[in-house]
Design a protein around this ligand. Structure first.
Ligand code: ADP
Length: 245
């Protein structure tokens, strides 16, 4: 992994190592329903991140694991060995367990679990290519896949990581910025509800920087959300208006 100085991460002109401006997100694309056998699916590109989310369910939970009054949401985040610049061990890691939990906690407030008692919903996230911020890209893919599966939801969940390089806040950090920067601050929201569902922090930020990070994230999240909604509309809008055209 290349070591970059703070000046290489952000030039005097305010240009980042990959050519972006401080408030410029990476290109973001969402494709809905890419898998035919899963109940719901989405493929997300967020910069060089390529993430596939497949949803199974809701299905009747096994007796020992069922909640009588609600559904239970399980998430498995998995990184392919070829997804990183250094081969990742195929063994399921502690980091993958922790990220699975973080992603589930980010999604859970949006899913109306009480509408589906005694059921199970499983989300399988495959990181096919990683370049920083995969937990956020995974949340973005998984929430669309849940919607595609017809799971009742309060809103989609949309996420982006804010970082700090050369004492400056930058949006949607990539792996180089994550590795060499001063902070990594992933944030997920239910954009239409104005609710934050995930806040994690690696590094140090002042109180003012935290406040500004959330504002920067909100602006990016609104634009990512529009892409998620459009991807769902592309699949479902033609079905909703059969008499038109
Ligand atoms: P996130 O992907 O949400 O930012 P981390 O901060 O843990 O989560 O990881 C940052 C980045 O480091 C990942 O997106 C990926 O590009 C890289 N990475 C993570 N795990 C490995 C690994 N085992 N080997 C090589 N690179 C990795």
């Amino acid at each position: 992994m290349a070591r970059l100085s703070q000046e290489e991460l952000l030039t005097d002109e305010g240009i980042r190592s990959d050519g972006r401006k401080i408030d410029e997100a990476r290109p973001f694309e969402v494709e809905v329903g890419v898998l035919t056998q899963a109940d719901g699916s989405a493929l997300v590109r967020q910069g060089k991140n390529l993430i596939l989310a497949g949803v199974m369910g809701p299905y009747e939970a096994e007796r020992h694991s069922q909640y009588l009054d609600r559904s239970s949401l399980r998430v498995r985040y998995h990184m392919q060995p070829y997804s990183t610049n250094e081969r990742k061990s195929p063994t399921y890691s502690r980091r993958e367990i922790e990220l699975s939990r973080a992603i589930r906690e980010a999604l859970e407030p949006a899913v109306i679990l009480t509408e589906l008692p005694r059921t199970q919903i499983d989300v399988f996230v495959e990181v096919l290519q990683a370049d920083g911020g995969t937990r956020c890209a995974s949340v973005n893919a998984a929430s669309v896949a849940l919607a595609d599966a017809g799971i009742p939801m309060r809103d989609l969940v949309t996420a982006v990581a804010i970082g700090k390089v050369r004492d400056t806040l930058v949006v949607d950090i990539n792996d180089l910025e994550d590795e060499n920067g001063q902070a990594d601050f992933p944030i997920a929201m239910m954009p239409n509800k104005g609710k934050i569902t995930l806040l994690q922090m690696n590094g140090l930020l002042t109180q003012d920087e935290i406040k500004r990070s959330v504002e920067m994230a909100k602006r990016i999240i609104d634009s990512l959300y529009a892409v998620q909604v459009n991807a769902l509309k592309k699949k479902y809008a033609p079905l909703a208006a059969p008499n038109e055209g």
